[in-house]
Design a protein around this ligand. Structure first.
Ligand code: X8Z
Ligand code: ZN
Length: 631
């Protein structure tokens, strides 16, 4: 992931950013107050000046990105008041510089420039997901707010004796947590493992008590973030986010809706079947016919993926693949899990991770201090200092997340030869989808090959169901987070109905409902990491569509025949080469070019995810016959 628009990217300083260029740099006159109007001085600037300007700016950006990254790393792996201040300062400096040069860049608006230079100038404006307001005091306030919101989330705990006891039992822990206070990881474990309605409810409600203190800060962050976006010529921050897809914001929204309409029938059938099964476990009283599902029963704190309730949902009685047990039996620790991930990438002919990755990453939650546990991938010094930060739990879900994070690091590694403003994925869905694509190749046969599974299940339905609980259940969630934020930024959703609008979207898209009454005293969006952390979310929706397109293409390249869910590209060098070629392009071309380089297709398209799940979808339709589906 990228945090707050900082580039978590690997790279080296480019050779063209050399001293001689710096020495001969002309002064570029900043634009007038009116922005795009061409003045006499500006007419004097040339296309050559634009190139020199960009090289100077990119040099400085690399320095500021790297400083901000270091500060953010320390803050997130050692939350204290001091590290918060230091990180906010570095962030503020980066915001100030980016705002200054983005304004200066308008001096080149009217020039006839090469597509590549034009693109870098555009990306300069879009490089921060949280742009600076023009006023220095407000900028400092915004940088502080962003850090505070993130810290409230990272430090969040809920203290309750009964729940602490449930946690101890479910986690098979030796002792109760200190003061009976549970952090997110512990509350998530209860939601994943407990089948007790009341414990589930207590954990669900408990985590959401951390968010109301964010509300006023979030409101102000929206105002200031919008001021920053407006100073760059956007109507609001949502419009800025939507402008990073090589098409108009309106066209992008329509694109997202088009993809959703392709997959919606599959989601609805999974939802319908899930309700029937939940009714068997919790009764129709708790899970009524024709109604949205109670949000706390789906095995995940946000009901965003449902793998943890596979024991309720698997079609076949045969035992599910249980990597948690395998890791425990084979004494595979957190670092070894990451090594498995790396070995997949190297089996494709890709590079080994640098030694510093192993020395500097955080794999295990430290017991002596507070950290931001949400998984992320980093490049700290832009000289291939790649790292991941995770509080790894030794189970299948985190094994997937490890592949996800390594995908970021590999992308970062391979586009590092690009100019700094192109050191990014083709669009943000590509970054999020790359590691997941590799995960799709972690098939039962692959696990058998590695000795992590005794034999592959004979029936595919369970395997497909497990995948669908991760991937299909996620789709509406992947859309609605930013539907909410886009409307918040545009003012369509006001603070007076933040929470109501959130639950309206949760019900409309996901067909889930809060298990207890919520009000505007609550701030449930704040209980999801990416809201306080200011990470745009549509990227994950796109990634869920794209990864199946990537998988289908790579399987074809590797010569796979037969159903897509049986394909693993493990050890296939041709697939690795194609993947590498796409990663090396970075963001240097509009994303359809990168998509074409890998898949031969120019459009994002859900036909691959639908083909992958077709056998399961056919089966679900049969199961749902005679049921009252929908909500
Ligand atoms: O945030 C993440 C990654 C880091 S970029 C762990 N994901 C989303 C989430 O957890 O909500 C991956 C899937 C969706
Ligand atoms: Zn990610």
């Amino acid at each position: 992931m990228r945090i707050r628009g900082l580039f978590l990217i690997a790279g080296v300083f480019l050779i063209y950013a050399c001293a001689s260029h710096q020495a001969s740099k002309p002064t570029v006159t900043p634009p007038t107050e009116k922005g795009a109007e061409t003045t006499a001085t500006q007419q004097a600037v040339s296309a050559a000046d634009a190139m020199v300007f960009l090289e100077r700016v990119e040099d400085e950006l690399l320095r500021l990105w790297s400083t901000a990254e270091r500060a953010a790393w320390v803050r997130q792996t050692y939350i204290t008041d001091d590290t918060a201040v230091i990180a906010a300062k570095a962030h503020e400096e980066l915001m100030a510089y980016t705002a200054k040069v983005a304004a200066e860049a308008t001096a080149f608006d009217k020039l006839d420039l090469s597509p590549s230079v034009r693109r870098r100038l555009k990306l300069l404006k879009l490089s921060l997901t949280l742009p600076s307001p023009p006023d220095a005091k407000q900028r400092s306030e915004l940088a502080g707010l962003a850090t505070e919101l993130d810290n409230i989330y990272g430090r969040g705990k809920f203290c309750d004796e009964k729940l602490a006891k449930s946690w101890k039992r479910l986690a098979k822990a030796k002792a109760l947590p200190k003061d009976n206070c549970l952090a997110l990881g512990q509350l998530k474990l209860i939601i994943a493992k407990s089948r007790n309605y009341d414990d589930l409810l207590a954990a669900w409600k408990g985590w959401r008590t951390i968010a109301p203190p964010m509300r006023a800060k979030f409101e102000r962050y929206v105002e200031l973030g919008n001021a920053g976006a407006r100073s760059l010529g956007f109507n609001d921050l949502g419009e800025l986010w939507k402008s990073n897809y090589d098409m108009s914001p309106e066209a992008f929204e329509a694109e997202v809706d088009r993809l959703w309409s392709q997959v919606k029938p599959l989601y609805q059938d999974l939802h319908c079947y899930t309700r029937t099964r939940l009714q068997k476990t919790y009764g129709k009283k708790n899970v009524p016919d024709g109604k949205a599902l109670p949000a706390h029963l789906l095995g995940n704190m946000w009901s965003q993926s449902w793998e943890n309730i596979q024991s309720i949902l698997l079609p076949e009685r045969s035992a599910a693949i249980d990597l948690e047990r395998t890791f425990a039996q084979k004494k595979i620790d957190e670092q070894e899990m990451v090594r498995y991930g790396e070995r997949f990438f190297t089996s494709l002919g890709l590079t080994k991770l640098p030694e510093t990755f192993w020395q500097r990453s955080m794999f295990v939650k430290p017991s002596d201090r507070e950290v931001v546990c949400h998984a992320s991938a980093w490049d700290v010094d832009y000289e291939s200092d790649l790292r991941i930060k995770m509080c790894i739990r030794k189970n299948g879900e985190d094994f997937n997340t490890i592949h996800h994070e390594l995908g970021h690091n590999y992308y970062q590694y391979y586009y590092r030869q690009q100019r700094p403003l192109f050191r990014n994925s083709a669009n943000d869905g590509f970054h999020e989808g790359l590691g997941d694509t590799i995960s799709l190749s972690v098939t039962p046969s692959y696990l058998v090959k590695l000795g992590l599974l005794n034999r592959a299940p004979t029936n595919d339905l369970n395997t497909l169901m497990e995948r669908a609980l991760g991937k299909i259940a996620f789709l509406p969630f992947g859309i609605l987070i930013d539907k909410w934020r886009w409307d918040v930024f545009s003012g369509k959703i006001t603070p007076a109905n933040y929470n109501k609008a959130w639950w309206d979207l949760r019900t409309r898209y996901q067909g889930i409902a809060a298990p207890v009454e919520r009000s505007e005293q609550d701030f449930d969006p704040g209980a999801k990491f990416h809201i306080p952390a200011n990470v745009p979310y549509t990227r994950y929706f796109l990634a869920h569509i794209l990864q199946f397109q990537f998988h289908r293409a790579l399987c074809k390249i590797s010569g796979h025949e037969g159903p897509l869910h049986k394909c693993s590209i493990y050890e296939n060098k041709a697939a690795g080469e194609r993947l590498k070629a796409m990663m090396e392009m970075g963001m240097s071309e509009p994303w359809p070019k990168a998509l074409e380089a890998l898949t031969g297709e120019k459009k994002m398209d859900a036909s691959a995810i639908l083909a992958y799940f077709k056998p399961l979808h056919d089966w679900l339709k049969k199961q749902n016959q005679g049921q009252q589906c929908g909500w």
